[in-house]
Every structure is written in structure tokens, then in C-alpha cells.
Design a protein around this ligand. Structure first.
Ligand code: AN7
Length: 351
């Protein structure tokens, strides 16, 4: 049996002899080489880190397994988080696996259907508020102080510790760190975690180099890029509809220390990358995930040369989470009579 995340990377994680080595199959996700975009964008090597292959379909499971193991170790009876969807799905799953009560506070109307279905299926208590994610996080921080519940948002340092293992896996797969890491930025925990991971692995002698960290916010929620809190963030990529990122400083440090950048991409650029990724690579990521690829395409279009570079784009969550966006952004096929000739004509017409 494969070693679980908590066992495999225990020397790099806050794992003590008392920490339960829980797992529901997180991490060890594929790093796949591009089939088409590498050539079309003229990258030396282009890879996608498929974090949608985690058990709840997003990268959140890496940090959640550590946060929940530590909550169990501390004998906390319950966990709580605010979420745009993926954190709540992950918290609900790990909480269920460990017999904890799970409370998730989510913004009304702005969480993708698949994510809501997950929290329901895993039996979490869902508290929907008539406000956005930033307000949900604000409230949850106070509740976690008042009540005997552990906060499992990425302000919980164990989350960042777990999430940094994705950087370890990339180095292990490539034999070194890439030249560039493209990653979506919402609450900015993940970019902070990857940067920490690349630095820690370097200190341990696993890689000599570190990548330039290339973070991309959605244009309508680009607080870090604009250097101001966005009070009413808007984007089709509901996962990163966040106007006051909790790990703001971590993201800026990752950018500055690595010589990278934090930029933003429009909804149009996000949706275009989302479709390209599915149609040209066979990779169905959720809209927020496509912000990494949209960022790469944007920089290439502005003349940046990646021809001798190793580039990794993090695909943070699976597209199955958000079927509504797919249906709204593609053409629904017309219904046809069950007739052989008509079907044959249709096929010939489109081949
Ligand atoms: C698919 O679930 O914030 O910059 O509450 O679900 O670490 O926040 C999700 C964020 C990127 C941004 N891609 O990562 C939540 C939540 C996907 C995401 C991000 C999220 P961070």
C-alpha cells in the first residue's frame, strides 16, 4: 500500500507520535506533460499538476488531512470553516472520516453545485449566509474563538503545512524544481504553501533551484494586484471570488522572494483557458483552476519567452464540481429523432 501523506512526509510535517495517521487517499496526484499547449505556446516543457485527482476533487485535501489529524490529536469535537466550496467539501469529508461535527459557512448563490452536494453528502452542517466569502471568514474567526470548534481555514497553519507537499511531489517527479509555477490565487494559502514547500525541500537538499511563483487572481477579485480590499468581488470562478485574501502577505512574499509575479486574468481569459484545457489536453479543471493556464497564455501573448523553460500549471480542482458553468458556456446539443440516416448525416457533417 502507498504511504499516506502524513507518513510519507512526516519529517516535514507537524506529526508527533500522538498524531493519528488518517487518510482517505489524498495526495500523490499526477503531474502530466502537455499534449498540445506546450507546442502551441512554445514552452520548453509544460506540465499540469492535477489536484482534482484528490479524494474530494481539489488540493484542499492535502492541508485538511493535517488540520483534521491535529484537531483529533487535540481531542477537539468539531471543526468549522468558511468556504467558497472546496474547503467545505474537504472539511466535510475528513470530519466525517474522523467522526467530528463539521460546520461550514458558505456564501449564498456563490458556491458551485458539486461542492454543495459534497458537503451535503458527507453530512456537514451547512450555514448559508446572505453575504460573501470574506464576511463568512470574518464570522467564522470569531465563532472559532468562542466555541469548542477548531478552525480549518488556511489561517490554521497546519493547512499550509499539508498543502506544501504538492511542491515536494513536483520536485520528486521532475528531479528538480520547475523554472515557473503558475497557480490560481484566491485566499492565497496555496501559493504561500507551495513557496514554503519549494524552500523547505531545497533546505533538505532535494532541489538546488526554486521556481518563479506566478500567481493569478480573477480580475474582478484582484485585491493583491490592486493592493486594496475588494468589497464586492465578482468572477465566474466562484472558488476565487475573494476580496480580502487571508494569506495576502504570504503571496506577496512568495512573489518577491522568487522573482515571480501576482497578476490577474479576466473571466473571458479564464473561460477560454478552461475550454482549451478540456478540448486540447483532455483535462477538465474547474474555472478557478484555469486561471493558472490563462496566466501563462496571457504572458505568452505579451511576448514572454518560455522556450527553454520548465513550466508547471497547477490545476487546483476538477471541472465536475461546477457543471453549471460548463452548461452555460457551451452549446447544448439539439435533440434528434432516433433515426439512423439523421445520425449518420450529423456525423458526416461534423467530421
Ligand atoms: C479550485 O474553498 O478558498 O489561494 O474556500 O477552490 O489557496 O485560496 C478555495 C480556493 C484555487 C484558491 N482553486 O486557492 C475555499 C477556497 C480552487 C479553489 C483556489 C481555490 P487559495
Amino acid at each position: 500500500m502507498e504511504q499516506c501523506l502524513l507518513e510519507k512526509y512526516r519529517d516535514f510535517l507537524p506529526v508527533t507520535p500522538q498524531t493519528p495517521l488518517i487518510t482517505i487517499g489524498e495526495a500523490n496526484t499526477p503531474l502530466v506533460r502537455s499534449q498540445t499547449l506546450e507546442r502551441e505556446l512554445g514552452c520548453g516543457e509544460l506540465y499540469f499538476k492535477l489536484e482534482g485527482c484528490n479524494p474530494t476533487g481539489s488540493f484542499k485535501d492535502r492541508g485538511m488531512v493535517v488540520a483534521v489529524a491535529k484537531a483529533v490529536e487535540a481531542q477537539t469535537p468539531a471543526i468549522i470553516c468558511a468556504s467558497t466550496g472546496n474547503t467545505s467539501a474537504s472539511a466535510a469529508a475528513y470530519g466525517a472520516a474522523c467522526g467530528l461535527d463539521v460546520f461550514v459557512v458558505v456564501p449564498k448563490g456563490n458556491i458551485a453545485m458539486g461542492k454543495l452536494a459534497q458537503a451535503l453528502a458527507y453530512g456537514a452542517k451547512i450555514l448559508t449566509i446572505d453575504d460573501n466569502f470574506d464576511k463568512a471568514l470574518e464570522l467564522v474567526l470569531i465563532l472559532a474563538q468562542k466555541l469548542p470548534v477548531a478552525l480549518v481555514n488556511s489561517l490554521n497553519p497546519h493547512r499550509i503545512e499539508g498543502q506544501k507537499t504538492a511542491a515536494f511531489e513536483i520536485v520528486d517527479a521532475l528531479g528538480s524544481a520547475p523554472d515557473y509555477l503558475f497557480i490560481p490565487v484566491g485566499n492565497a494559502g496555496n501559493i504561500t504553501a507551495y513557496w514554503k514547500g519549494f524552500k523547505h525541500y531545497k533546505q533538505a537538499g532535494k532541489n538546488d533551484n526554486t521556481p518563479k511563483m506566478m500567481g493569478f487572481e480573477a480580475e474582478g477579485a484582484a485585491a493583491i494586484v490592486r493592493d486594496k480590499v475588494i468589497t464586492d468581488p465578482k468572477t465566474v470562478a466562484s472558488a476565487i471570488r475573494i476580496g480580502n485574501p487571508a494569506s495576502w502577505k504570504g503571496a506577496v512574499a512568495a512573489k518577491d522572494e522568487s522573482g515571480g509575479m501576482i497578476d490577474c486574468v479576466s473571466d473571458e481569459e479564464i473561460l477560454s483557458a478552461y475550454k482549451l484545457l478540456a478540448c486540447k489536453e483532455g483535462i477538465f479543471g474547474e474555472p478557478a483552476s484555469a486561471a493558472s493556464v490563462a496566466g501563462l497564455i496571457k504572458l505568452r501573448a505579451s511576448g514572454q519567452d518560455f522556450s527553454a523553460k520548465k513550466v508547471v500549471c497547477v490545476i487546483t480542482g476538477t471541472g465536475l464540481k461546477d457543471p453549471d458553468t460548463t452548461i452555460q458556456t457551451t452549446k447544448t446539443p439539439a435533440e434528434l429523432p432516433a433515426d439512423l440516416d439523421i445520425l449518420e448525416k450529423e456525423i458526416l457533417k461534423s467530421s
